[in-house]
Design a protein around this ligand. Structure first.
Ligand code: SF4
Length: 474
């Protein structure tokens, strides 16, 4: 190689390394700034993560609405089960939606492969959908009821050529006693009865790691109604030690299939669910200092579980921790930490070089955190991250007028509808409609758009073609 070629090759490598170790990609930074600017003023608090840490979660729609369990409630309409699960349609639609998300929200955002039941997809199609999401810069997470076998998981993770398709799989398993038809326990009488199934779900992923080196990041989801509210604490106690990285709870809302609305959902609110989670965790779970979107929609507590004790990452009552939060969000907020260690270390070093004040603040925060969690517990208690989440959907009959008014550029007079408008404007969970060039909140998707979309899908993918009868559908 000539001297000139050598210099040019070196320059190309340096440039590639420079781009690879950027703290935040420019399009992601622009998307975050845009999200921040469009938030309602009331949501732009120092605690707000939207527009600073993330543009928000994303989810697919109109892909595979069918499910083979029956939940009471179910946020899908009755028509959802009249649509055939079709891999070709799913992969094409996921690709289309993710391409749009990539264009308007940048890279490195979390996106849920969600519809009806994802494991009704052939494992190769499921893998192709995840690969499309990754190709478009998403961090995909498959939403499932978890009622599938290890062989399905293995065939998803390992291609027909025997090669590993993924280094990491993210799954959210939905387990609660309101779900009917699970193999082995079609009508659970309590949440505790489902613990062996929750454990078996995690164990499948542990086996996958042992046998094929595929890591996993698992969340546990549970719908909460008056019936199982008193058992939330038991679910938290049971699941904390199982290996989930997130325990997420959704108080039921009046959305979807009316035939499945069997209780007074309004008697359970986000506060009641949070109290039960705290009872199960055996500690206060501070959340106000880190907010995703609107507090009427979301509540999250981020921390570390070590030696059966959960410690929050930030002490919300310590002004020094709040200063560390502010500095983190200002300087490192949009950074993707789920890259290789050398890349993350270099990207962090670049930020520190530009903002040296980060370093003493980080050291101070880390020292305080280790003190709070306990050195010994951190050394011997197998520490791992554990986040508690509550996500409360809005009733469909409130979403509709709220969305209609927003579409007309009006603010509703009715305080309930106005409240829903504020929540929709600060929404942290978006779905893409590339054909209309816009994103919509998941609440709008399910309350307003799903019905029409499922009718279209019924015509496109009639269920009889795969031999499934409609008796399974309601
Ligand atoms: S999807 Fe609905 S409940 Fe969830 S954050 Fe958006 S507006 Fe709030």
């Amino acid at each position: 190689m000539s001297g000139v070629a050598l210099v040019s090759d070196l320059a190309a490598r340096l440039r590639a390394g420079w781009l690879l170790t950027r703290p935040v990609a420019p399009d992601t930074a622009a998307a975050l700034a845009h999200r921040w600017a469009e938030l309602p003023a009331s949501a732009r608090s120092p605690a707000q993560l939207l527009g600073r840490r993330t543009a928000g979660c994303e989810g697919t729609h109109g892909v595979f609405p069918r499910c083979n369990l029956a939940c009471t409630p179910c946020y899908h309409g009755r028509d959802a089960n009249r649509v055939r699960t079709d891999g070709t349609h799913t992969v094409a639609e996921v690709d289309r939606q993710m391409r749009y998300l990539r264009a308007v929200r940048g890279t490195d955002q979390h996106a849920q492969l969600i519809g009806g039941e994802v494991s009704l997809l052939d494992p190769d199609d499921h893998a192709a959908a995840l690969q499309a999401m990754i190709r478009h810069g998403r961090k995909p997470l498959s939403m499932t009821h978890g009622d599938f076998d290890y062989e399905y998981l293995r065939r998803l993770a390992i291609g027909p050529d025997g090669q590993r398709r993924f280094r990491l799989l993210r799954f959210a398993g939905h387990f609660d006693s309101l779900m009917l038809g699970r193999r082995g326990i079609p009508r659970p009488r309590s949440e505790a009865e489902l613990h062996p199934y929750r454990r078996a779900f995690v164990q499948m992923f542990e086996l996958l790691r042992r046998e094929h080196g595929v890591r996993s990041d698992l969340a546990h989801n549970m719908t909460v109604t008056p019936r199982n509210l008193p058992e939330v604490a038991e679910v938290v106690r049971g699941c904390m030690g199982m290996g989930f990285g997130m325990l997420s709870f959704q108080p039921a809302a009046y959305v979807g299939n009316r035939a499945r609305w069997r209780e007074d959902f309004h008697s359970v609110d986000i506060d009641a669910v949070w109290r039960e989670i705290e009872r199960g965790a055996g500690t206060r779970l501070p959340w106000r200092h880190l907010q995703m979107g609107d507090p009427r929609c979301n509540r999250s507590a981020y921390g570390v579980l070590a030696g059966a004790r959960w410690t929050p990452l930030l002490d919300d009552r310590d002004p020094r921790d709040l200063r560390a939060r502010d500095t983190f969000l200002d300087t490192l907020g949009g950074m993707n930490f789920e890259r290789s260690l050398p890349v993350v270390a270099t990207a962090t070093a670049r930020v520190v070089a530009r903002h040296p004040r980060v370093l003493p603040l980080a050291v101070g925060w880390a020292t305080r955190f280790v003190r709070r969690a306990g050195v010994r517990r951190l050394l011997t208690g197998r520490p791992r991250g554990l986040t508690f989440v509550v996500h409360a959907f809005i009733d469909a009959d409130v979403v509709r007028p709220a969305w209609d008014a927003l579409e007309r550029g009006e603010t509703a007079d009715d305080p309930t509808v106005r409240g829903a408008q504020e929540r929709l404007q600060a929404c942290s969970y978006a779905m893409a409609h590339p054909e209309q060039g816009r994103l919509v909140p998941a609440c709008v998707q399910h309350a307003v758009l799903d019905t029409e979309e499922n009718l279209h899908l019924q015509r496109l993918l009639p269920v009889k073609q795969d031999g499934v009868t409609e008796t399974q559908s309601t």
